[in-house]
Design a protein around this ligand. Structure first.
Ligand code: HEC
Length: 325
């Protein structure tokens, strides 16, 4: 009788766990339950970087193979872990999946919570899908990011100005893609409110051109090219904005379509990789899982709740990264 009970308990636990893998990766194959024991050093490392209590030594997770659309269509080895976060109304259980080889989060899903809203429908959770991190930033304390943000906000010397540029550029790009698609659909709907998005974009690229003087890691010609591309992009948004204001929506639409190719595309081809590596080199790579850095807060959820979820996801990623092959 006693054995029966233990067996049932294990089965329920098992069932639940592999269903959590299926919740994230519906077509996952060869799902295996695994565990490993963190060394004292690893426990300390997690505690320091995550800024939380010492994690339990034993980590239980699932490995599985899954057919995925990104980073490229194909079959990937994945790891999934269930972790708790402190919700506002009680604990939240989250499943987090990563592709360790790519240092990429595949998805995050809430399994249980008492918040009274559909957390899985929130844009906040969707952002984790496809988020690529560097292990350097993953293992840094969040204070390192705060330190860099503080220096960037009040740039005293060339190094700080560079941090400012990299930060401003990154934040602008995150916002640009959102504003860009919002402006696009408004113009297509003959909605003059597109002007609001376009003005914000103009301002953003103008500031970027100004701040790009700090890009001393580029030679003079490249730095000039970058600034010119930023100004050109600003001018293109301005032209579209004027057409929109004059209710010339079909002309605005044509001009707008060019921006993606000639403005965004041209600059990315020449500079995206360089800026990203510079950012990573200076300890500003993705991996902090911080709101207003890699993540945007959603207006539909409590800020504290989002902080807590982000922190737990980060801890889960750490534990999954430490798992032996
Ligand atoms: C003047 C140059 C320039 C222009 C113009 C430009 N970008 Fe970027 N963009 C960059 C750089 C540099 C990066 C790499 C940033 C990094 O990784 O730090 C980037 C990265 C991005 C990213 C990836 C963000 C991330 O977190 O990895 C998106 C999305 C993006 N840009 C959107 C746009 C859109 C949309 C436009 C056009 C409206 C645009 N960009 C125009 C320079 C530019």
């Amino acid at each position: 009788m006693k054995w029966m009970m233990i067996l049932t308990a294990i089965l329920i636990q098992d069932d639940h766990d592999s269903s959590s893998v299926k919740a994230l990766l519906p077509d996952a194959e060869s799902i295996q339950k695994r565990d490993y024991v963190l060394s004292k050093d690893q426990q300390e490392k997690v505690k320091l970087a995550a800024g939380s209590e010492l994690p339990p030594a034993k980590v239980i997770y699932h490995s599985a193979e899954a057919q995925l659309q990104y980073p490229e269509e194909g079959k990937y080895k994945t790891r999934t872990l269930v972790i708790k976060a402190d919700g506002i109304k009680g604990p939240i259980r989250l499943a987090v999946s990563i592709i360790p080889q790519e240092h990429m989060v595949i998805a995050v899903r809430v399994l249980e919570h008492k918040e009274g809203v559909d957390l899985n429908e929130s844009a906040f959770l969707e952002q984790f899908a496809g988020l690529v991190y560097t292990t350097d930033s993953l293992w840094r304390s969040r204070n390192d990011l705060v330190d860099r943000e503080r220096r960037a906000a009040k740039p005293g010397n060339d190094d700080d100005k560079l941090l400012d540029l990299l930060m401003v550029n990154k934040l602008l790009m995150g916002k640009a893609s959102e504003l860009f698609s919002s402006a696009g659909s408004r113009i297509r709907a003959n909605d003059a409110d597109a002007v609001k998005d376009l003005k914000e974009l103009q301002q953003g690229y103008e500031d970027l051109a100004e701040k790009s003087k700090a890009a001393l890691f580029l030679d003079d010609a490249k730095r000039k090219k970058f600034a010119n591309l930023a100004i050109e992009t600003k001018e293109r948004f301005k032209a579209v904005s004027e057409l929109t204001q004059a209710a010339k929506f079909s002309e605005a639409q044509d001009k707008f379509a060019e921006i993606g190719r000639k403005g965004c595309g041209a600059c990315h081809g020449s500079f995206q990789g360089t800026f990203r590596s510079k950012r990573e080199e200076l300890g500003l790579g993705n991996g902090y899982f911080a709101i207003n850095f890699e993540l945007k807060a959603s207006t539909d959820l409590d800020q504290k709740l989002q902080e807590a979820v982000a922190l737990s996801v980060r801890r889960a990623v750490m534990l999954l990264e430490l798992a032996p092959d």
